[in-house]
Design a protein around this ligand. Structure first.
Ligand SMILES: [Zn+2]
Length: 257
């Protein structure tokens, strides 16, 4: 199996080496996409994509729900605003638009990566009966923070540079992951759920819940896995049920790549 997670250095803290992550990531992404990719006011980056399904350009504007299709006329001023200064607009890269994702997959996927190839962050916004699902996989150096899960949730993340083949292999691994041993997982505590709410506001009436556990993967080494989902208040689910949901989500996400 090729390199999926790139380990660099042996930092003792998950925050070490992350200071310039988003600057470097920004430069690399600008070069690859030929766009300025400014940070969106609410979340994520602004970017222009071409939906291969409905054959329409669309404007990603941070959080799901804020993205819009561009008409041929209406898109031109926006396209001229987003390319890197002085550079002509490159052909738009393909990405399934949110409307097509909801129509064909039943939800909207986001895939991001953590610094230094330490892992990935996946989110899934279920349509129909709205709910959010969260997954982060971390393969970096051991975390010496007092609360490793909180440190994991605080890790920077950005649009991925990793090849789609690498992300697809991670999703395939997730879609086949067996249940953890009965005593291996820990439920997220209220500070973790609060942090998730700060990052991803739950739909009305729902709140975050989830589990984390370590997995030994023969090619990647130790993986710390954290899964979450939004549930009605006072509801609960087992780690097996949450992982079963994520196995299905991972399969659907792989279609997007
Ligand atoms: Zn579309």
């Amino acid at each position: 199996m090729g390199t999926i997670f790139k380990h660099q250095g042996s930092a003792a803290s998950v925050t070490t080496g992350c200071d310039d992550f988003q600057i470097r990531q920004h430069v690399h992404l600008q070069q690859r996409l030929g766009q300025a990719l400014p940070l969106a006011p609410a979340f994520g980056r602004e970017a222009l994509w071409w939906c291969y399904q409905c054959q329409t350009a669309w404007h990603e504007h941070g959080r799901p729900g804020r993205s819009v299709h561009l008409s041929r006329d209406g898109g031109l001023p926006l396209q001229s605003a987003l390319p890197v200064d002085g550079e002509p607009l490159s052909p738009l890269q393909e990405a399934l638009c949110p409307a097509c994702a909801v129509r064909y997959l039943g939800g909207i996927a986001r895939m991001e990566e953590h610094p230094a190839g330490w892992g990935y962050r996946f989110t899934w916004e279920r349509a129909g009966s709205p709910a959010l699902f969260f997954c982060t996989l971390y393969t970096g150096p051991a975390c010496l923070e007092a609360d490793p899960l909180q440190a994991l949730l605080m890790l920077p993340f950005d649009l991925p540079q990793a090849p789609t083949s690498s992300i697809r292999r991670v999703l395939q691994w997730l879609s086949e992951l067996p249940d953890p041993a009965w005593d291996a997982s820990l439920p997220l505590r209220s500070p973790h759920c609060h942090q998730l709410s700060t990052l991803y506001e739950p739909p009305a009436g729902l709140c975050w819940s989830g589990y984390a556990w370590p997995v030994q993967q023969k090619s990647w080494g130790p993986v710390l896995l954290l899964l979450g989902a939004t549930l009605p208040k006072d509801a609960s689910f087992s780690v097996a049920l949450l992982l079963a949901c994520w196995r299905q989500i991972a399969e659907r996400m792989a279609y997007v790549l």
